[in-house]
Ligand binder design. Structure first.
Ligand code: PXL
Length: 274
């Protein structure tokens, strides 16, 4: 399809994710990452998270009405029917949202569905969180082509505990075996050692991606931005492995150049590679 204006038409990238109002994580991080990496970013919102400064920065969580989620996806999928081939799935927040998103995803063919398996976000009932995690595993993981679990999520998806790179590698292989999906299992700051190590496995190629740790404290938006960067790179035509390598470099630079605030955590800066 040609552009209505002159110039190159960018690759289209959609994120189906939650808003995190301070701009560190969620849809805001995804959209900034898409823009920074030269794709045309689109958001369909699943929920709104507002940190609560008066209560230890807990997450206040409001779901978007399922019909409104379906409406957003109808608009996006109709608008970009010909070009929308790559999507990122971020925080869903409820089983109903997951079912709504799964139904919309099934109405078309995708080249890439990148699932950031956000299994638990604080501020929800344990029962509800558990149901949400279960729905994510049964309804979204089977649709995904690429999954990016963090340490905790990799333990949950693989059913094993992970305390070193060998464990992380085994977990990545297990997650691939049970899902058939390309896996980037993230050790991040959770594994001991001077490097932040992630393990890539697509069923054939195994690669340990490693970068010196920038610090020992988690930075808001790192997981979201990593999955969004993979999404953007895939949409531009990179192989999954090269997308993972490029995304790791993007996130490492973003953590080095992180943004501090009055919150007790810093946020990744998507302009870190500039
Ligand atoms: O887990 C990362 C994340 C994803 N999406 C939203 C969030 C957060 C963490 O705060 O708020 C909307």
């Amino acid at each position: 399809m040609t552009s209505a204006t002159t110039g190159t038409r960018p690759a289209i990238t959609l994120t189906i994710a939650g808003s995190e109002a301070t701009g560190g994580a969620g849809a805001q991080a995804d959209l900034k990452t898409f823009q920074e990496l030269g794709t045309y970013g689109i958001v369909a919102l699943t929920c709104i998270v507002s940190f609560d400064p008066k209560h230890n920065w807990n997450h206040r969580f409001v779901p978007i009405d399922p019909q409104v989620i379906a409406d957003q996806l109808e608009a996006v999928q109709t608008c970009y029917a010909a070009d929308l081939r790559t999507v990122k799935l971020g925080m869903m927040g409820s089983p109903t949202t997951i079912s709504t998103v799964a139904a919309a995803l099934k109405t078309q063919v995708w080249d890439n569905i990148v699932l950031d398996p956000v299994l638990i976000c604080k501020g929800q009932e344990p029962g509800h969180a558990l149901d949400t995690d279960e729905a994510l595993k049964t309804e979204l993981l089977p649709l995904a082509t690429f999954v990016t679990p963090n340490h905790f999520e990799a333990e949950s998806l693989s059913g094993m505990s992970i305390s070193n790179v060998a464990d992380l590698t085994e977990a990545a292989k297990k997650i691939h075996a049970l899902s058939g999906v390309t896996v980037l299992a993230k050790g991040g700051i959770r594994l001991a050692g001077s490097d932040a190590v992630d393990v890539y496995f697509d069923g054939e190629t195994l690669e340990v991606l490693s970068a010196p740790k920038v610090g020992e404290v988690a930075v808001s938006g790192a997981g979201c931005s990593l999955a969004a960067a993979i999404t953007a790179e895939l949409a531009k035509g990179q192989t999954p492995l090269q997308a993972a390598r490029n995304a790791k470099a993007f996130v490492t630079a973003g953590i080095k150049n992180r943004v501090s605030s009055a919150a007790p955590f810093d946020a990744l800066w998507q302009g870190g590679t500039r």
